[in-house]
Design a protein around this ligand. Structure first.
Ligand code: NAD
Length: 381
């Protein structure tokens, strides 16, 4: 059953010989994941069976090569029988939020994937880590930078790996524009523009409009894609941000932001502009360099994405982004390949989110950002 012996795995990590980047989020996983390395495929438990789990993650887990749907955690008893029947999940691997901590005894579950409203990410990520499970936490990683720190700390203390649900890092168009930036294909990047937005409608009681559950509106939802696009479109972390908020439907967006624009300054003088909204349709990344340009449009939906550049069209076959993402995380645990979206990346984005909200509160004031030089994007292996 085992393809990698425990001894070899530990040695490989120590020597860094796999060719992957050993992130801080990964290093401690050696001690707590001994069981994982006896397996070829890791068991994932989805926590929260809403639309993303139902329509994206569970179907993707039917296609994954290195992980599979082993269990679920739900607060809705009627979903237990539905998921048991649809995916053949043994009832011993089905938990409620109250019985969740017993998952520590469940050897079939290696990775716990938190797919709950944002306000519940920290609690369940920390509980999963304390249960000795590797964690994937959906975006945005948490409500505050402090919560991100608590999640990272809990995963480190438990010796488990931590990933954020940034599916685009496993996606070929996104990897390609990251390569173009890294290899200076269009020269020095002077300007980046990114938009991530959709028109929200329907149920005014949905959790995304409730600040206590979401932590914010468009910025906490699609805004993290705009922030990410600016960073990988430029290939650096920003040094400052100034932001503005616009509201045209205050009767619907009672507690949460509707539209936010922000401008970043980067080391070396690159500037970037981002827009995120719950009241516009937009999905684009454009970067202009000293020798050319590239554009993804759409840039951040479930795909297929579409790309053009001054060097010609970009074209890649479409695969489920979620399948690629979960397999990449499982490969990180199994083989030491890079953790493409570690907790530190989710935390960095929350630092920026907090700075954007602060700039808005302070009338658009320029807020300095003290971020590491390494912007943290890794190459898929
Ligand atoms: P959803 O509303 O469809 O599902 C939320 C789930 O949480 C439901 O099963 C609901 O029963 C459960 N829940 C538990 N307590 C709740 C409470 N107090 N209020 C409301 N629901 C509660 O949401 P979703 O679209 O599946 O989003 C879940 C998470 O996944 C969010 O953090 C979201 O940002 C993220 N997400 C990520 C992507 C992506 O592309 N990476 C896409 C969609 C959603």
């Amino acid at each position: 059953m085992t393809g990698i012996s425990r001894r070899v795995f530990g040695k490989t990590l120590a020597g860094g010989a796999v060719g992957g980047i050993l992130t801080t989020a990964f290093a401690p996983a050696i001690s707590a994941s001994d069981k994982n390395i006896q397996k070829k495929k890791l068991g994932i438990a989805l926590v929260g069976l809403g639309s993303y789990s139902t329509y994206q993650l569970a179907p993707a887990l039917q296609e994954t090569a290195h992980c599979y749907l082993a269990g679920v955690v739900t607060g809705t008893p009627s979903k237990e029988a539905q998921w048991q029947k649809k995916y053949g999940i043994d009832p011993t691997h089905i938990y409620s939020y109250d019985t969740f901590d017993r998952i520590s005894e469940d050897d079939a579950i290696d990775i716990v994937y938190i797919v709950l409203p944002n306000s519940m990410h920290a609690e369940f990520s920390i509980r999963a880590a304390r249960a000795g499970k590797h964690v994937i936490c959906e975006k945005p990683m948490a409500m505050t930078v402090g919560e991100c720190d608590a999640i990272i700390g809990a995963c480190k203390a438990a010796g488990v790996a931590l990933g954020v649900g940034y599916r685009l890092h496993s996606e070929p168009y996104t990897q390609e524009v990251q390569r173009m930036v890294r290899e200076n294909s269009i020269g020095d990047i002077h300007f980046v523009s990114s938009d991530a937005a959709y028109i929200s409608g329907g149920n005014p009681d949905q959790w995304r409009l409730d600040k206590a559950l979401s932590g914010g509106g468009a910025l906490m939802n699609m805004g993290v894609y705009s922030i990410q696009s600016c960073i990988y479109g430029c290939g650096k972390n920003p040094v400052s941000v100034s932001a503005q908020e616009f509201s045209t439907r205050p009767e619907y967006f009672k507690q949460t932001d509707e539209t936010i624009t922000a401008q970043f300054e980067f080391p070396g003088g690159t500037v970037a502009h981002m827009m995120t909204s719950h009241n516009a349709n937009a999905n684009r990344l454009y970067a202009s360099g000293s020798r050319g340009w590239f554009e993804l449009n759409p840039a951040n939906n479930y795909g297929p994405l579409n790309g053009q550049s001054s060097e010609g069209p970009l074209s890649f076959p479409h695969e489920s982004q979620q399948k690629l993402q979960m397999d990449d995380f499982a490969k990180h645990i199994l083989f030491g390949s890079p953790n493409l979206a570690p907790g530190e990346m989710g935390r960095r984005d929350m630092v920026i989110v907090e700075a954007i909200y602060r700039s808005i509160r302070e009338g658009g004031r320029r807020i300095a950002l003290d971020l590491p030089q390494d912007y943290g994007f890794a190459v898929r292996s």
